[in-house]
Structures are given as structure tokens and as C-alpha cells.
Design a protein around this ligand. Sequence first.
Ligand code: DQA
Length: 144
Amino acid sequence: TSILVLNGPNLNLLGTRQPEVYGHTTLADVEAMCADWAASAGCAVTCEQSNHEGSLIDTIHAARGVHDGIVLNAGAYTHTSIALMDAIASVALPTIELHLSNVHAREEFRHRSFIAKIAVGLICGFGAKGYVLALDAMKAHLED
Ligand code: DQA
């Protein structure tokens, strides 16, 4: 089993970016947590991050035939990008939408998600731990 963890715009600044909202855990810490999870779960996990919508789409296309599922924190593109939604639908890989913050408790414009329309499910509000929760959920989903 191979899972792609894909992080979108501004998540490279995790740890220093609005820590009151997103916490103090850095992207490197998140990637280390994912590697630890992979080792104990006996799965492969690949972590990628880009600030560019087109690069995220290229990465999703390249995941076809390589990974079995995607954990996607698309950042603000979640709320705006039909192109990312279409990319996920095009490769037909099961995808879990993830957010560190509880987007539904925040501004109205964060309540809409294009990713949710094609996602298996979504996890939000658990901070960096959400990545591990999402990996557990994806593993269970793939084993189903
Ligand atoms: C986020 C929530 C988004 O609304 C925001 O634009 C982000 C981060 C989160 O992980 O909580 O960049 O996806």
C-alpha cells in the first residue's frame, strides 16, 4: 500500500504561520510523523508540497499507478479550485480531504470545499495529528 500525502499552498510555512490557528508543528515534523506512521503501519508514504496549483495537478496525475490513495491538504485551493477537484476525479484515486484547522468554525469562505465533492471523507480540526488520523483512515478504506 502506497499513500501520497499532498500539501498545498502556504503549508511549507507550517510552524511559523499563524501558530494560533495551525499550531507549532512544522512541515518537516509532519513529514517525520508520516514516515513514523509508514514504518509502523507497513505502508509506503510519500510527502509532497507545492504552492502552485498546476504543480499540485501534475503531482496528482503522476500518482496514478504509483500510489493507492491520496491524503490532500489543498490549503486555500480547497475552497476555489475546480481544477484540483477535476484532477482527483480524473485519476480516480481515493482521496481524503484534510485540514489542520476546523474550517467550519472559521470564515464562511472556508466552508465551501470543491475537494469534498469527490473525497472519500474529510478530517479537520485535529491539527498535525490529523495527518496520522487521515493515514489510518486511508489504510482502513483501502483494506475494505
Ligand atoms: C487549511 C485551511 C484552509 O482554509 C487554509 O486556506 C489553509 C490551511 C488547514 O489545514 O486548516 O491554507 O487547509
